[in-house]
Design a protein around this ligand. Structure first.
Ligand SMILES: Nc1ncnc2c1ncn2[C@@H]1O[C@H](COP(=O)(O)OP(=O)(O)O)[C@@H](O)[C@H]1O
Ligand SMILES: [Mg+2]
Length: 417
């Protein structure tokens, strides 16, 4: 007789309520699925709570979607425990996200030959809070000329923390006065100086979940509800494919599963500038039109990992990537093709597609129906209520209902075709 298993997905959450509710609703609607061997799988979700744990306790969860460990260390240490002791699959793993932050991602992509803008790491402005600092710095810290470094990079540039996120401590530096002000203000933060991609044509933001990427047109200067433009064909096919490869390369390289990647496109060149986001934005009030796609990708990838028993790996293995990168005879496009192949292998793309075709023959219809349901509208209303002041409710509800309605129209046409 074919086997039957129930898999539990743990959600480790912070302040978010919108996408977890959406995800929980979709898991409930999914019901039982069958893989190609005929084995049946069902899925449940649980919201994890924070409490003392014995390191030998057995977890209830088979996979955890983590949105907390990047700042809250108690659950982070629980994640490490369940990864090491209990083979729990993590989206994302603290082992690769803590040790490899923005700075490491810059280094890796530079070695892979990507067009990362010129970047310099300068020492801390303020003394490090450690009794050994005074002696160590007086003996080993070299004096340096900040202006000379800046002149080498060229104005304008950006100063930003080496492990950045959420625009914390980011400033645009237009001149010497900005430079010194920003460095003086950086205090205990460790800062990069990075050449600005000045006058870029497109800001492309990729959200990647497992082997699926959505490249969106991003407008960082607009308020959050307007930052993602609904835009089709805003990149040439070649640049679009390059953006996908860059986003998937960084994830496959670092074994990140749920991440966003920001790229600036100027004169046909793609410059990756920020791609280590342990907790990428998936709020319905920012993604709107793209929200159903994100929920579907999260559902497909997490259930694929569980149903096929995908093994989590806690360590990075750069060798196959550098084997491509270090071949001098290969041009940039050839290397991109090599990286895409490695990324597809890492995410087991062929098997994933086969699994999705077999297990979810009606997933698109199910999600379309859910987005049109009163349940989804209630979720939207609740989210808008908790996000905006009362006098703006109508305006924002209209805004998001309109954008979601546009997705429903486009998706209905796609499925009818
Ligand atoms: N090299 C750059 N060229 C142009 N704009 C940049 C550059 N670096 C950062 N920015 C701008 O600053 C914003 C924040 O920088 P980013 O590296 O994304 O930091 P964070 O990790 O805090 O999101 C970016 O979204 C972009 O608008
Ligand atoms: Mg960013």
């Amino acid at each position: 007789m074919a086997s039957s298993r129930t898999h539990q997905i743990g959600l480790l959450l912070g302040a978010e309520e919108d996408w977890p509710r959406a995800f929980e609703a979709l898991v409930r609607r999914l019901g039982v699925i069958s893989d190609s061997s005929g084995a049946r799988h069902s899925f449940t979700t649980e919201r994890l709570t924070i409490e003392p744990f014995n390191l030998r306790d057995k977890p209830h969860d088979d996979l955890v979607i983590d949105r907390l460990a990047h700042w809250y260390y108690h659950p982070r240490e629980w994640l490490k425990k369940v990864a090491l002791m209990d083979d729990v699959y993590l989206l994302n793993s603290p082992f690769t996200f803590q040790s490899m932050e923005k700075h490491s991602a810059y280094c890796a992509l530079m070695r892979l030959g990507m067009n990362v803008p010129d970047t310099v790491l300068v020492p801390y402005k303020n003394p490090v809070d450690n009794v050994r600092w005074a002696y160590t710095s007086s003996k080993y810290n070299q004096p340096f000329d900040l202006d000379a470094i800046a002149n080498g990079i060229g104005y304008p540039m950006f100063m930003k923390p080496f492990d950045g996120g959420a625009w914390r401590g980011v400033s645009m530096i237009k001149n010497q006065a900005d430079l010194h002000r920003a460095y003086d203000d950086s205090g205990e933060m460790l800062m990069h100086l990075q050449a600005a991609v000045d006058g870029y044509e497109v800001f492309a933001r990729a959200l990647t979940i497992g082997p699926e990427s959505m490249i969106m047109k991003f407008r960082p200067d607009l308020p959050m509800h307007d930052r993602y433009a609904v835009a089709y064909d805003f990149l040439t096919p070649q640049v679009g494919a390059e953006a996908v490869t860059i986003a998937q390369t960084v994830n496959a390289f670092f074994r990140w599963e749920f991440n966003s990647c920001e790229m600036l496109v100027k004169d046909g060149v793609v410059y990756p500038i920020d791609y280590a986001n342990a907790c990428p934005d998936v709020a319905v009030t920012s993604l709107h039109y793209y929200f159903p796609w994100a929920m579907k990708a999260l559902l497909k990838w997490s259930t694929f990992c569980l149903a096929t028993g995908r093994k989590a790996r806690t360590q990075v293995d750069p060798d196959p990537w550098f084997a491509v990168a270090d071949q001098e005879a290969l041009g940039y496009r050839d290397k991109l093709a090599g990286y895409q192949k490695l990324a597809d292998q890492h995410f087991d793309k062929a098997r994933y597609e086969e699994f999705c075709a077999q297990a979810f023959p009606h997933l698109d219809e199910m999600v379309l129906e859910w987005v049109q349901s009163p349940e989804f509208d209630t979720l939207l209303v609740d989210t808008v209520r908790s996000t905006y002041p009362p006098h703006e409710l109508d305006r924002f509800l209209g805004h998001f209902r309109g954008l979601v309605g546009l997705w429903v129209k486009d998706e209905s046409a796609r499925l009818a075709a």
